[in-house]
Design a protein around this ligand. Structure first.
Ligand code: FES
Length: 96
């Protein structure tokens, strides 16, 4: 099963393996994704705004990770290194 991820404002779309880490799918598609912790949930740089499909994003790990524990869940955003896509989603950053 696959999940479609649309990236705004570039309007690039990629297909991710359902259950795979969103940040990994974005990176594998050649789309830049900010990170200074390598996907460990520490830096928060990989935050993306969820435009549509929030119900298709699921936590990838039982714990929310250090950044969320320190700052709380980001309003309207997710850490792309901490979520998986189970269906179509639309995500946005300021640099896509
Ligand atoms: S890459 Fe650092 S928190 Fe996601």
């Amino acid at each position: 099963m696959e999940a479609r991820i649309a990236c705004l404002p570039s309007e690039r779309t990629l297909t991710a393996e359902a259950g795979g880490i969103v940040m990994d799918a974005i990176y594998a598609a050649g789309i830049p994704i900010a990170s200074s912790c390598g996907g460990q949930g520490v830096c928060g740089d990989c935050r993306v705004r969820v435009v549509a499909g929030r119900t298709h994003l699921a936590a990838a790990y039982p714990d929310p990770g250090p950044w969320v524990l320190r700052h709380g869940e980001p309003d309207g955003e997710v850490l792309s290194c901490r979520v998986t896509a189970t269906g179509p989603v639309t995500l946005a950053t300021s640099y896509w």
